[in-house]
Design a protein around this ligand. Structure first.
Ligand SMILES: *Cc1c(COP(=O)(O)O)cnc(C)c1O
Length: 392
């Protein structure tokens, strides 16, 4: 271990999993001549709803679009408060601002990075209308506890499941008969990827119908087929909607990836195993805990350094990894420290001390289905080499 040798090529933080099936599926979708929203998008909606075990799936062009539609269809708007976590991607809170409501942050549980249910409870006011928990990194939030809070206070629940394809809560997939809405991302780096894409999942017929209409300009349902022989040129605009729908070239990719989920997840777990074994007894590193109720989708491999035990900062640790040709990332730069949020709400980093400390010590290691055991071993050795050089 002491004779660590730097590899010659750069190991990317993330890569999509491209098999011949994806290439064939998109070639077929292109040749079919139906490039916009059409039969493939319809098929994906049906198959993804069936896969998670929900009544409706509205396929859209991003998770951000799904999150915006969720809040709109739940009737959330100006004067309303929506509770979410500061340890998330911007769209989780940006979309709350887009509907004119106010995002209210609740701090996290430092063992997991998930929003802390007790912190949510403290932030409830008479203006609170919804909670947007994030299944951070692929861990599940405590949905029974959060759901009970929502029931007690009449709050809408919109889950951010961008990391949660394959995540299970008490044995059931996230999205299985949801209380409110569940929003997925199929962005290039996510467990199920189609470049850009997303889905809104719900069991509520009214929400599903309105989200479907709003996702395509506000056109009456079925208007996607207005050029087909069975379709009609006549359509109505029920309300001014958005251009948020998925299209068939995306859907063909998403369908292929859905069919390959089991195999892709198996290979992800092989890499996880390597990291878990290598870092088990390293006091300079703090690993994420998986609550007993949950099956982790392993979208991210989240590692924190223990600053008191090292002579090197987190940022310098990342530079050392880069010098060893390892691409890494940080999930997330705490949202309340971003300038748009500081300007608008006057937040200080210490306002959410646990999320801030987490964000300042976290490093996301390469984690994807094509990473491979050998590359994971290399990453683990690189991390351990840095720990050894800089331990106090
Ligand atoms: C990726 C991500 C999103 C946004 O997904 P898009 O499909 O890019 O809009 C939302 N929330 C979280 C936690 C994410 O990681």
């Amino acid at each position: 271990m002491s004779d660590f040798t730097i590899r010659e090529d750069w190991l990317p933080f993330c890569l999509p999993d491209i098999s011949q099936a994806e290439i064939d599926a998109d070639a077929e979708a292109i040749r079919s001549g139906w490039w916009a929203k059409g039969p493939k998008t319809m098929e994906f909606q049906q198959k993804f709803a069936q896969y998670v075990g929900a009544k409706h799936c509205i396929a859209v062009n991003s998770c951000t679009a799904a999150q915006h539609l969720s809040l709109l269809t739940a009737g959330i708007g100006p004067g309303d408060e929506v509770i979410t976590t500061p340890l998330t991607f911007a769209s989780t809170a940006n979309t709350i601002l887009h509907v004119g409501a106010t995002p209210v942050f609740a701090d996290i549980d430092p063992d997991t990075g998930l929003i802390d249910t007790e912190e949510i409870e403290k932030k409830i006011t008479p203006r609170t209308r919804a909670v947007v928990p994030v299944h951070y990194s692929g861990l599940a939030c405590d949905l029974d506890a959060i759901g009970a809070l929502c029931d007690a206070h009449g709050l809408f629940l919109s889950e951010d499941a961008a990391h949660a394809v394959e995540t299970r809560y008490k044995g059931e997939l996230i999205g299985h008969h949801p209380r409110g809405t569940v929003c997925y991302s199929f962005y290039a780096t996510k467990n199920l990827a189609c470049g850009e894409g997303g889905a809104l999942i719900t069991d509520d017929d009214e929400i599903a119908k309105r989200a479907q209409v709003l996702s395509c300009h506000g056109m009456s349902a079925g208007a996607w087929n207005r050029y087909g022989k069975e379709g009609s040129w006549r359509y109505d605009i029920e309300e001014p909607g958005y251009k948020y729908n998925m299209f068939d070239i995306q859907a063909a990719l998403a369908l292929t990836q859905l069919a390959r989920m089991e195999d892709m997840q198996r290979r992800r777990f092989e890499a996880v195993q390597v990291y878990e074994e290598a870092f088990r007894d390293v006091p300079e590193l703090r690993l994420q805990k998986t609550p007993a109720y949950c099956h982790h989708s392993r979208h991210l491999y989240v590692m924190r350094i223990v600053p008191e035990r090292l002579t090197i900062s987190r940022d310098a640790f990342i530079e050392e990894l880069k010098a060893r040709n390892v691409g890494v990332s940080v999930h997330f730069i705490a949202l309340h420290t971003m300038s748009a949020y500081v300007k608008r709400f006057g937040y200080k980093p210490e306002d959410f001390p646990k999320a801030y400390a987490f964000s300042e010590s976290e490093i996301s290691l390469p984690m994807y289905s094509t990473l491979g055991v050998q590359n994971a071993q290399y990453v683990a050795q690189a991390v351990l080499d840095i720990v050894k050089r800089y331990r106090k």
